[in-house]
Design a protein around this ligand. Structure first.
Ligand code: BYC
Length: 331
C-alpha cells in the first residue's frame, strides 16, 4: 500500500530527515516555519541597530573594523533567512512590510538601548551566547533550508561571542571606570538575555507542536537553563557578578538555580512598548522608504536583462520570466 503524503511527511520527520521546499507539508507546518524564520530574519536586521550605533564611536580603528564586520554578518544572516523563508512561497518585500507594520515580531532583546561601549562587548557575550545556545540545536531542525542556513550562522555567531568576550576581558584589565562600565552593562542585559528564549514552557503556546515537528529540539526553559549553566563560569572568569540573588549551584540537580525574569516586562516589550521599539521600527521603515529607488532600479534592470532576473521560488506560481540554468544560460 502506498503511503499518503501525510504519512510520508511524518516518516521524514520521525527519522530526522529533512523536509525540502518541494515536499508536501501540512499548511500549519508551513505557517509555523514562515513565522519562525521571518521573526528570526527580522531579529537579525533590527539587531544591527543597537550595535551599529557604536560603529562611528568605536574607541580604536581595530574595534571599529571588528564591529563593522560583525554588523555586516548580521545583515548576511538576515538575507540567508529571508531566502529560506522565500522557499516557503512568501515574498521578502511582504515580510518587511509585515515587520514595519507590527504584524510580525522580532526578538525582544533589540528593544533595549546601548548606553556605553561595554554594551557592545556584553551583547557579543550574552546576546550572541544566548543565540548560539538557541540556534545550535536548530541546525538539526526539520526544515532543510532553515537548518542549513543555521549551520553558517552559528559559525559566525561563535566569532561574535568571542569578540564580545575578548572586548570585555580587555576592559576588565583596564581602569576602575571601565570595570564599572562592564558591570553596569551586564546588569542591564542579563535579564533581557534570559527573555530571548521565550516565555516559560507553561506559557509557550507553540513549543509542543514545534517539538513534535522537530522544528524546535528543546523547550524554552531547557535552553534557558543551558545558557545560565554555560554563562556562570564565564562571568566568574571575567570577574563580573550576574545580577540575580537567587543564582546558586544546585548539586542535586547538577545545574544552577536562578530567578525568573520580569515576564510582565517581556509582554510589554513584545507588545511594542519597550524602551526602543518605536525607534527601531521608525529606523527600519525609513531605510525601506529611502531604498525604494534601488529596488525599482534593480527591477527595471532585470526587466531589460532577463538573465539577471531573480529565480522564482519553487512554491510560487511561475513568474513567467525565462528560467536561468545553473550554468548561467537561459532555459
Ligand atoms: N521576542 O510559543 P513561543 C541574534 C513570541 S537574532 C519576541 O515560545 P516559539 C542576533 C513568539 O514568537 C536571534 N517574541 O514561540 C542578531 C510567539 O509569538 P507568535 C533571534 C518572542 O516560536 C543581531 C509567542 O512569543 N533568534 O541572535 O515556539 C545581533 C509565544 O512564544 C520571544 C531567533 O529568532 C522573544 N524573545 O519560540 C546579535 C531564534 N520569545 O509568533 C544577535 C529562532 C517568544 O505566536 N526562534 N516570542 O505571535 C526560536 O527559536 C523561537 O521562535 C523562540 C520562541 C524560542 C524565540
Amino acid at each position: 500500500m502506498t503511503a499518503t503524503v501525510e504519512e510520508q511527511f511524518e516518516e521524514v520527520v520521525a527519522h530526522d530527515r529533512r523536509i525540502e521546499p518541494r515536499d508536501w507539508m501540512p499548511e500549519a507546518y508551513r505557517k509555523t516555519m514562515v513565522r519562525q524564520i521571518a521573526q528570526h530574519a527580522h531579529s537579525e536586521i533590527i539587531g544591527m541597530q543597537p550595535e551599529g550605533a557604536w560603529i562611528a564611536r568605536a574607541p580604536s580603528l581595530r574595534r571599529k573594523a571588528i564591529l563593522l564586520a560583525k554588523v555586516q554578518d548580521e545583515a548576511g544572516h538576515g538575507l540567508y533567512l529571508y531566502s529560506a523563508a522565500e522557499t516557503l512561497g512568501v515574498d521578502r518585500g511582504d515580510l518587511t512590510n509585515r515587520l514595519i507594520t507590527g504584524a510580525q515580531k522580532y526578538s525582544s532583546i533589540f528593544n533595549y538601548p546601548t548606553l556605553s561601549f561595554a554594551d557592545v562587548g556584553v551583547i557579543g557575550w550574552l546576546v550572541d551566547g544566548a543565540a548560539i545556545c538557541n540556534q545550535v540545536p536548530l541546525c538539526r531542525s526539520s526544515y532543510g533550508p532553515y537548518a542549513r542556513a543555521m549551520v553558517r550562522i552559528c559559525k559566525e555567531e561563535s566569532f561574535h561571542q568571542r569578540q564580545g568576550y575578548e572586548l570585555l576581558l580587555t576592559m576588565m584589565r583596564g581602569s576602575e571606570g571601565q570595570r564599572e562600565m562592564v558591570q553596569d552593562a551586564t546588569n542591564r542585559w542579563w535579564w533581557p538575555s534570559l527573555m530571548m528564549f521565550g516565555p516559560p514552557d507553561a506559557d509557550s503556546p507553540n513549543t509542543a507542536q514545534s517539538m513534535r515537528w522537530r522544528i524546535k529540539r528543546h523547550t524554552n526553559d531547557e535552553l534557558r537553563q543551558r545558557f545560565v549553566d554555560m554563562t556562570v563560569p564565564q562571568a566568574a572568569a571575567l570577574g563580573v557578578a550576574l545580577p540575580d540573588p537567587a543564582l546558586r549551584w544546585n548539586a542535586e540537580r547538577g545545574a544552577n538555580d536562578f530567578g525568573q525574569p520580569d515576564w510582565d516586562e517581556f509582554k510589554r516589550v513584545v507588545g511594542g512598548d519597550g524602551p526602543c521599539n518605536a525607534q527601531r521600527i521608525a529606523h527600519r521603515r525609513a531605510a525601506q522608504e529611502n531604498g525604494a529607488w534601488v529596488r525599482e532600479a534593480a527591477l527595471a534592470h532585470a526587466a531589460k536583462h532577463p538573465r539577471f532576473a531573480p529565480f522564482s521560488a519553487p512554491n510560487q506560481p511561475d513568474s513567467g520570466r525565462p528560467k536561468v540554468q545553473s550554468g548561467g544560460g537561459l532555459a
